[in-house]
Design a protein around this ligand. Structure first.
Ligand SMILES: Cc1cc2nc3c(=O)[nH]c(=O)nc-3n(C[C@H](O)[C@H](O)[C@H](O)COP(=O)(O)OP(=O)(O)OC[C@H]3O[C@@H](n4cnc5c(N)ncnc54)[C@H](O)[C@@H]3O)c2cc1C
Length: 389
């Protein structure tokens, strides 16, 4: 299903496809990706005009724009192929209460934009966008908070509550992203509290399960049980997990056992088992498979068929990131499945960490082409051949 590059890239003109080819060609070079972040930071320090170049290349490929309005073209463009948009305000590493309030307001603006519009089927946020990382880590470690910190956490919780409440008002589900393991228990507790409060009739708040964690599958099962016992619906975004290197490095430095699986095969096994577990209990859970893994997407589609679930069942979604795995997104939507893309946005400078991660992910391994580059190359050849016929 995912080999059809004609469907995968039909949303891109020849010019856009060639631009994407050059971008992935550059990203494929390991050296450029490794040195890129330092060079960009140096250029910024020297006040060199680097941002326009970034805006017209990597930013325009992986991001919707700097504001919600900038993303409108992308929203319409994706929807022309029945692919939904999840507006993802991607400003990271904020530290002040004022910045957290501002981010919460922006997230609420994304929820209002999504209201009543099937083109924008979900909203999303990260708890660290609206609460201080160190505070969450302290809570996770079970350390006592000072009175000021208690107050700080009360405010953070209020922001989470406001965002979830706004989602309920809009009737648009909201996804809570998963983050580093040493703050995740606090995030999970908040998410369960919100789900118990707001998911009485359907899943409107979703937590994220990172299946690279040894305990994630067990946790998902337990949360589903709790949801059934307490009479609410579980919302689950299933992902493999994005912090592999950081997690391993920290575990090694501090000398504790890594919470992550030892091998990729173990992660893959648990991811597919989590999908199967949810499908088998679909009366109690709505879920999103947030993945670029073709085998996992194929298995999910097959399992839906086996269970007699329609591809457009509103409880089951596939999601990918803008600018990546179009072969999965567009082929799935072509076959009637529910698909949405994260569309990150924010000021160029503020989304640089996000862009560096995307570049890193798409680097070629041992001189080979990355999957994206291979697929784009195939489609360019196909178009050339079909024209010369
Ligand atoms: C829509 C969407 C939403 C996302 N939201 C989140 C989120 O909230 N939180 C988050 O952490 N991530 C999130 N991610 C990122 C995700 O967790 C993965 O990092 C990314 O999608 C790559 O995994 P994959 O399933 O696409 O496919 P693959 O490329 O098949 O898998 C790569 C992943 O496998 C795992 N892995 C690789 N090597 C090993 C190893 N040796 N041992 C054990 N595991 C290994 C890692 O998780 C790695 O990222 C999201 C991704 C998408 C598409």
């Amino acid at each position: 299903m995912f080999d059809n590059t004609e469907i995968a890239f039909s949303h891109l003109s020849d010019k856009e496809l060639k631009k994407a080819w050059w971008l992935f060609k550059a990203i494929n070079v390991n050296f450029l990706v490794e040195t890129g972040p330092s060079l960009v930071n140096l250029a910024l320090k020297l006040k060199l005009p680097i941002l326009p170049l970034i805006r017209s290349t990597i930013f325009s490929h992986f991001c919707g724009g700097e504001t919600i309005e900038d993303c409108e073209d992308n929203i319409a463009h994706l929807w022309a192929y029945r692919v939904g948009t999840i507006l993802d305000y991607s400003v990271e590493q904020e530290k002040t209460e004022a910045a957290f309030d501002q981010t919460a307001a922006e997230i609420i603006a994304t929820i209002r934009r999504a209201r009543g519009d099937e083109k924008v089927p979900f909203s999303v946020f990260k708890i660290t966008g609206i609460a201080r990382f160190e505070l969450l880590a302290k809570l996770d470690a079970g350390q006592a908070l000072s009175p000021d910190e208690e107050e700080e956490f009360r405010k953070a919780k209020q922001r989470v509550y406001r965002i979830c409440e706004e989602s309920v008002l809009a009737g648009t589900p909201v996804l809570i992203d998963a983050e580093q393991s040493w703050i995740q228990e606090t995030i999970d507790r908040l998410a369960m509290e919100m789900m118990a409060r707001f998911n009485k009739e359907s899943a409107l708040v979703f937590n994220t399960y990172q299946l690279y964690r040894k305990d994630a599958l067990g946790k998902l099962k337990k949360d589903l049980e709790t949801a059934a016992e307490r009479g609410f619906y579980l919302g689950a975004k299933l992902v493999r997990g994005a912090y592999l290197e950081k997690e391993r490095q920290r575990a090694e430095e501090l000398g504790y056992e890594s919470p992550l699986h030892e091998t990729k095969a173990d992660t893959d096994r648990d991811f597919d088992a989590a999908v199967a577990w949810c499908i088998d209990r679909i009366d109690r859970v709505s879920f999103i498979a947030g993945t670029h893994n073709e085998a996992s997407c194929r298995k999910l589609a097959e399992r839906m068929k086996e269970k007699g679930l329609s591809p457009d069942d509103r409880r089951i979604w596939f999601a990918q990131l803008l600018g990546m795995s179009d072969n999965i997104s567009f082929n799935l939507s072509h076959h009637g499945y529910q698909v949405a893309k994260y569309v990150p946005y924010g000021p160029v400078k503020a989304v640089l960490p996000y862009l560096f991660r995307r570049a890193h992910e798409n680097t070629g391994i041992s001189g080979q082409m990355s999957r994206e580059l291979r697929l784009i190359t195939e489609e360019l050849h196909r178009r050339k051949k079909s024209r010369s016929r």
